[in-house]
Ligand binder design. Structure first.
Ligand code: CP
Ligand code: NVA
Length: 304
């Protein structure tokens, strides 16, 4: 039975740990300049309905390092759900390629793609979630802290796709996850309810960013207007300005707090230059780890 990675919760806690072990092993091999090509002869189709830098480059480079090949399909190529039915695309690409990664707007399209594909589907972001990002994020936290015990994550900003995937992670690994957002920008209710029902993590939704960062190990932020929300950008800038991650907010956090951002960052909006370029920031380790973690996810799905 083929496996997909559409939500963090598609993996068990043990499987998440296995992915981290494989990631660490493969990252070391890259650093040592050693080849590891378990996906020789395999082809990855990458379907993009939205722009991307990290997701495209990390998947394409990662696939090449693994000995395989990646095909980039731009928003103009497929027109998923517009030019052609999602289920037809799923069935056609499954006849050519060994694995699919897609970045789509509508999460229902991602579910349909996974349902009708006969090869594994990896979610490279939808309006609802961004699981590969959060796998890379938590791996980066693990690298820096050496363990994930007593972890407090303070997510400052929009209860968006990235926040939703953090909450999904909290349904698999124990943590204290706090989201500080303005009223009206809460995360997905079902995802929150599920994670709270699983009951291994404490999840708080607050309005006060200063309260959120108290004793946090990680301060995390993301853009205030996600891809597809450009028309709301001006209103969101007003609503979110009190949630800017800046020197003042940092003064309420632990001295060694890790600062993370999935990127692209809107410098001067959700995060100031001095913080993103400052000593607490690990954003470029985080960006690099997208590639290492996704390589492990692809190997895991293809060797399942
Ligand atoms: N963080 C992330 O997914 O970046 P891109 O949108 O550039 O792929
Ligand atoms: N929340 C952002 C993440 C970008 C990687 C967006 O969806 O645009």
């Amino acid at each position: 039975m083929k496996r997909d990675f559409v939500h963090i919760t598609d993996f068990s806690a043990d499987e998440i740990r296995e992915v981290f072990e494989l990631t660490a092993k493969m990252k070391t091999l890259v650093k040592e300049g050693k080849e590891y090509t378990p996906l020789k002869g395999k082809n990855l189709a990458m379907i993009f309905a939205k722009p991307s830098a990290r997701t495209r480059v990390s998947f394409e480079t990662g696939m090449s390092q693994l000995g395989g090949h990646a095909i980039y399909l731009s928003p103009n190529d497929i027109g998923i759900g517009k030019r052609e039915a999602v289920k037809d695309i799923a069935r056609v690409i499954s006849r050519y390629d060994d694995i699919i990664m897609a970045r789509l707007f509508d999460h229902a399209h991602m579910l349909e793609l996974a349902e009708y594909s006969t090869v594994p589907v990896i979610n490279g972001l939808t309006d609802l979630n961004h699981p590969c990002q959060i796998m890379a994020d938590i791996f980066t936290v693990l690298e820096h802290r050496k363990h994930l015990n007593d972890l407090k994550i303070a997510f400052i900003g929009d209860g968006n796709n990235v926040a939703n995937s953090w909450i999904n992670l909290a349904a698999r690994l124990p943590m204290h996850f706090v989201l500080a957002s303005p009223s009206g920008y809460d995360p997905d209710e079902d995802i929150l309810k599920n994670a709270r029902n699983v009951g291994i993590s404490r999840i708080d939704i607050l309005r006060d960013p200063v309260e959120a960062v108290q004793d946090a190990d990680v301060i995390y932020t993301d853009v205030w207007a996600s891809m597809g929300q450009e028309a709301e950008a001006a209103q969101r800038r007003k609503d979110f300005m009190p949630y800017q991650v800046n020197r003042e907010l940092m003064s309420h956090a632990k001295e060694d707090v890790l600062v993370m951002h999935c990127l692209p960052a809107h410098r001067g909006d959700e995060i100031t230059d001095d913080v993103i370029d400052g000593p607490n920031s690990i954003v470029f380790d985080e960006a690099e780890n997208r590639m290492h973690v996704q390589k492990a996810i692809m190997v895991k799905l293809l060797q399942a």
